[in-house]
Design a protein around this ligand. Sequence first.
Ligand code: FES
Length: 121
Amino acid sequence: MSDAQQSDDPPLFYDRHIFFCTNARPEGHPRGSCAAKGSVKLRDYMKARAKELGIKGVRVNSAGCLDRCELGPTLVIYPEGVWYRCATREDVDRVLEAHVRDGGRVPDLMLRPGDDPEKAK
Ligand code: FES
């Protein structure tokens, strides 16, 4: 549980703010990159799909490297601070519908602290 929000903070500007890593690295870089795994198109899709689904109060932004490159394509949703790996349009749909629209979670796509980068390969 986070104690980041203080009682006298202003209200949230967005209900949910999504940071989708679109960082690119040169081919052959040992850490790879989310862009090399299709994150730019997936970010574009997420923005368009959120609109299509009529989800209000959500902002999908491009992010630079979130430093979990091996597990990518990565995104993180605030204010919850929940991370996901979204590698396909279907993954994006599931996160948008279950988490962002319905307030649930998608456990099998969720990244947890200490996740092993080797598992994502
Ligand atoms: S390149 Fe996406 S987390 Fe580093």
